[in-house]
Design a protein around this ligand. Sequence first.
Ligand SMILES: C[S@@+](CC[C@H](N)C(=O)[O-])C[C@H]1O[C@@H](n2cnc3c(N)ncnc32)[C@H](O)[C@@H]1O
Length: 261
Amino acid sequence: MTESTGVDYAEVGNDFAFFIRHTNESRAQVTALLPAMSALVDGCGQGRMLDFGCGDGTFGLRFLEALGASASRIGLTLAEPVGDHLDRAVGRLAPLVKSIAVTNSDLEQSGIGPFDLILANHCLYYVADPSETVGRLLDLLAPGGVLIAPMLDRGNALARIWQTAFDIVDQPFPFVLAEDIEALARFLGADVSREVIAYTIDFPDRPAARLSILRFLLGDYLKALDAHTARSLFDAHTQGDRVVLATTYPHLVIWQCRSEA
Ligand SMILES: C[S@@+](CC[C@H](N)C(=O)[O-])C[C@H]1O[C@@H](n2cnc3c(N)ncnc32)[C@H](O)[C@@H]1O
């Protein structure tokens, strides 16, 4: 299996689903992705798309549904290390697209690509070798293609909680954030622009709910924190009987501009 850092989505799937039910993030994301989605299927767009780290297809479904009938012009390739989630994504997304294929999330399979659009939605935090993965994703872009990597940055309210959890237990933060991937992509010769996503996370203020969000962020690392300290990480965000985080992060929009040797 592909090497990942720290959080196993086979274990935290229910916590991630709880998070998704309590945020309006997907709506903001689909709006921001509309231009790239349209370019993929309109006019001379060839519709070749890779959804890297696709999970169980929850976001992919929203993305494709927003395209309506045009989604049937997309040749979709999925990559996801959790086998059950990949199977679910294939089942959900296949009826909406022209063709569907799967590839290993190490991207080492021969014959994949090129792609006009690669979406790596909130998954690059976890890759074991970000430089290798970003380089491989860039190599898989068709001329004029674009890699979109939505990622929390260091100023994001949830990312601050994420980082603080590691500070408390005196461990280095093991994930990469948007700033790291942006610097890496530039170092690899790509052009990068940012599109800011504003969204809200809003859930009932119950101990179990706080812990669920933390399990999704931290996976097994949560065991290093005592439960009271862990839950207190949300104290600054209470509003009455709810926890509310109104915050932002960027979609990194990355083009390969390396000249051919
Ligand atoms: C926050 S979820 C996002 C899922 C999906 N992209 C979405 O938007 O709903 C992160 C995903 O990254 C996947 N992931 C973890 N390690 C990965 C790796 N090394 N390569 C690709 N995906 C990985 C996880 O299994 C999980 O499905």
